[in-house]
Ligand binder design. Structure first.
Ligand code: FAD
Length: 465
């Protein structure tokens, strides 16, 4: 259907304020823009209610027009980018808090509430929503749920899905389903809620979610330790676990990442630093202080220096700096191809070194950082977004990373998802039967294949189809 006819039809089912007529470019890209990736849409809508989402989906289904759900557009897998026309359905206007029961540690939010808004609201009421993906001011709960987003505190507290007790979603051919709710346990039926979590907009459009909260820890005390080698840094990470220290976060940065982000580190950096570990103790003041003491002891062994801030402002400085790492790395050459592979924790050092070797093989500057405790690396190749040859080599290098992850017994994605960028790559780690089931689940939810087409595809044969 031509764009003009499509816009006219949408205008007959949606109020004027729900249709974006100008300045649509921002809805055609996400964080993969630095890889030279952007899309094309015939229309962009911002529904204000679940009922409007239902109407759009039903109309698209009837007219065989693809739809692409969109949150804050901070994804790294190209999931929110419309590939070849259709309707982008942004959830930003659905940002109401439908219910909040602080004394029962639960909240019911619409999909467009930003991650930062939710975390702030919880804090103001003495509560804590632990998932903390790095672009929290822009990313939305719907996007976090659709990618099952993680972050540094996933190590102790789990990914977004661990905090979802109920979901409202609009699924083809245009019906709202609710699974779970303000309940803490529910084993009736297959776990449809968990199928929708991490489905990257390919099974349904999440419109609202019931989330579990916990009382905010009284104290958080991070410890940063610098090492001269990757080997020493990884040995320290393993010692944290081996000593039974239940830290909230356990992060690392390699040498090249430190070169990019180090100049703004909120304390002195030892000149020989080639590896950084950040661990955080949390809990009541006495618990956190005791744990912090143990963490300092364990990390100090073999370290060049240990930085252990205690004031709220210096603690906030450290985490703010950590949040800026991805941006500091991008700033090196204007773009990056950054993946989120996972390996068993005892293979972390190998994966860090191999990332550098893959970069060398493809004549690219490489680095990695990430959620060490989860064995989750952001293995990255620095690129100039307008250098096509470099981009092509970086995509080949990304393929080598997926091969590495699967060879080491890991996964091609720990938190960013498959989206468009990793379509077909699941074949590296799943058997044909498992991939068939994946495709059958997609067909059961979306028989016409109109929801976010081309994304989260398991098999190369489906990519070609
Ligand atoms: C600086 C930076 C740091 C980051 N750090 C982390 C990190 O530590 N951990 C982490 O996991 N991620 C991280 N990310 C990636 C990103 O922020 C997360 O993937 C986030 O969850 C995406 O949310 P979003 O609202 O921006 O989703 P989008 O990018 O808009 O969409 C992502 C996917 O979800 C789908 N989707 C969005 N909303 C809905 C909905 N309501 N219903 C159904 N499908 C929907 C889209 O179709 C798409 O497939 C980081 C990104 C940046 C830029």
């Amino acid at each position: 259907m031509a764009s003009a006819a499509l816009a006219r039809d949408l205008a007959s089912i949606l109020p004027r304020e729900s249709i974006v007529l100008e300045e649509t470019a921002a809805y055609l890209r996400d964080e993969t823009e630095g890889r030279g990736f952007h899309g094309r849409a015939d229309a962009v809508v911002l529904p204000g209610s679940t009922d409007e989402v239902e109407r759009v989906l039903a109309w698209c289904y009837e007219h065989e027009v693809p739809l692409v759900p969109r949150g804050g557009g901070t994804g790294f897998a190209g999931g929110a980018v419309p590939i070849d026309g259709g309707v982008v359905v942004g959830l930003a206007r659905m940002a109401r808090i439908r219910a909040f029961d602080p004394l029962l540690w639960r909240i019911f939010v619409e999909a467009g509430v930003t991650t930062a808004t939710l975390r702030r609201l919880a804090r103001e009421n003495g509560l804590y929503f632990p998932p903390d993906p790095g672009a929290a001011e822009q990313s939305q709960l719907g996007g976090n749920i659709a990618t099952n987003a993680g972050g540094p505190h996933t190590f102790k507290y789990g990914t977004t899905g661990s905090w979802v007790t109920g979901l409202e979603a609009v699924i083809p051919p245009g019906e709202t389903v609710s699974v779970g709710g303000p309940i803490r346990k529910d084993v009736a039926g297959y776990d449809l809620k968990s199928l929708l979590v991490g489905s990257e907009g390919t099974l349904g459009i999440v419109t609202a979610a019931w989330l579990r909260l916990i009382p905010a820890p009284e104290t958080v005390l991070p410890v940063a330790a610098f090492y001269g080698t990757t080997e020493n840094g990884c040995a320290a990470i393993e010692r944290v676990l081996g000593n039974g220290l239940v830290v909230a976060a356990l992060e690392y940065l390699d040498r090249t990442t430190l070169e990019a982000a180090g100049p703004s580190f909120p304390s002195e950096l030892p000149p020989q630093a080639a590896f950084l570990v950040i661990a955080e103790a949390d809990g009541s003041r006495s618990e956190a202080e005791r744990l912090r003491g143990d963490v300092v002891d364990v990390l100090a062994d073999g370290a060049l220096a240990v930085h252990a801030p205690q004031e709220p402002s210096t603690i906030a400085d450290l985490w703010r700096w950590r949040e800026g790492v991805s941006i500091a790395v991008t700033a090196q050459r204007g773009g990056k191809v950054s993946e989120d592979i996972v390996v068993p924790l005892d293979r972390l050092g190998e994966a860090i070194e191999e990332t550098l070797a893959i970069g060398e093989r493809h004549e690219l500057r490489a680095c990695s950082w990430g959620h060490a405790g989860d064995g989750n690396l952001h293995s990255t190749f620095l690129v100039a977004p307008d250098d096509e040859d470099e981009l092509a080599r970086a995509e080949l290098a990304a393929g080598d990373l997926f091969a590495l992850a699967t060879r080491l017994g890991g996964s091609i994605s720990g938190e960013h998802g498959v989206g468009w960028m990793k379509r077909g790559q699941l074949a590296r780690q799943w058997t044909p039967r498992a991939r068939d089931l994946h495709a059958e689940i997609k067909r059961a939810f979306d028989p016409k294949g109109l929801l976010n087409p081309g994304k989260k595809i398991a098999s190369p044969t489906e990519v070609e189809a």
